[in-house]
Design a protein around this ligand. Structure first.
Ligand code: ASP
Length: 318
């Protein structure tokens, strides 16, 4: 029997080290709360699949993260949420994209996994499936918060598609000058967990990138990019989706363990250092033997982890 372990993230990016207290503290508190929730669920014998779904739902319900109610907006001011869940032992998985009304996308991803012959549903079909399954939905306007309208406005003014934490840069007479904007800091969420029997699961949920094109799909719902789990490890990534997709980040961690015999930390470190450009990626991962690792090549990553051996950590910067 091995020890249980859990890790979660609330997004990686260029998180300014002078992040205002009122932005930092609620997120740290949410990470700690979600970590404790995950730990007690694992300890009570819940399957890791249930644990990662539960934790990600909690993060989706938190307005300070870029998923569920905190989801950022597309270039047209609309919301298109995506999520993915995967079970390590069976490799069963479910994914959704283009959601406009579903309160907890991660649970719809799980229903795709459990109730359909498919893996991935998107846009109208995914919304119709949500209604058929009776999951909680709300008017799309529920997600279009003043904070997210402001974020979109700033991204448009800076003419950029924005990773969650990027401070918009606007030109003045002296060149590129960052405009301090503490409102642009929020991030994709994810959770990975392993129980004492080596059952592994991964879940990731996001609103994507600020000012993304309508219809854009990122790494989060793509199996092997933002989310992956097998019999060796479970991985959830965050950062620039396009870079993570090209790097097949989550699957590469598992592949390096499987084919090269690397440890979890070696494999995850290798991928974050070499498979993706600096400033684009972070991930959380656990192995079947209860190891945890949370590497990132961005300024910071909102993250938290705990393991049966007593390791407990909540952090933002290196
Ligand atoms: N990876 C997400 C995306 O590109 C964004 C993030 O992780 O914050 O959609």
């Amino acid at each position: 029997m091995v020890g249980w372990a859990i890790a979660l993230h609330g997004g990686a990016g260029d998180i300014p080290v002078n992040l205002p207290v009122e932005r930092r503290v609620p997120r740290e508190a949410a990470l700690r709360h979600c970590l404790d929730l995950g730990v007690s669920s694992l300890k009570s014998g819940k399957h890791p699949l249930d644990v990662v779904e539960l934790v990600v739902r909690e993060l989706e319900n938190h307005p300070n993260f870029n998923a569920g109610v905190g989801s950022v907006l597309t270039t047209q001011g609309t919301v298109e949420m995506e999520a993915c869940i995967m079970d390590g032992k069976t490799k069963r998985c479910g994914a959704v994209s283009g959601l406009t009304s579903v309160v907890n996308p991660i649970s719809l991803a799980r229903l795709v996994m459990e109730k359909t012959p498919h893996i991935y549903l998107a846009f109208d079909g995914a919304e119709a499936f949500a209604r058929e399954q009776g999951v909680e939905t709300v008017e799309s306007s529920h997600f279009i918060t003043p904070e997210n309208i402001e974020r979109l406005k700033q991204a448009k003014e800076a003419n950029r598609v924005q990773i969650d934490y990027t401070i918009p840069v606007q030109k003045d007479l002296t060149g590129n000058v960052p405009i301090p904007n503490s409102d642009s800091q929020l991030g994709t969420v994810g959770c990975v967990a392993v129980d004492r029997h080596g059952n592994l699961a991964s879940a990731t949920s996001t609103g994507g990138l600020v000012n993304k094109m309508v219809g854009r799909i990122g790494d989060t719902p793509i199996i092997g990019s933002g989310t992956y789990a097998n019999h060796l490890c479970a991985v959830s990534a965050t950062g620039k989706g396009e870079a993570i997709i090209c790097g097949t980040v989550a699957r590469d961690v598992a592949a390096l363990m499987e084919y090269k015999g690397m440890s979890l930390a070696e494999a995850a470190g290798y991928v974050v250092d070499r498979s993706v450009a600096r400033g684009t990626c972070g991930l959380v991962a656990v192995s079947a033997t209860g190891e945890v690792t949370m590497p990132f090549n961005t300024t910071g990553m909102f993250r938290a982890c705990a393991a049966e051996d007593g390791h407990y950590e909540v952090g933002i910067w290196p």
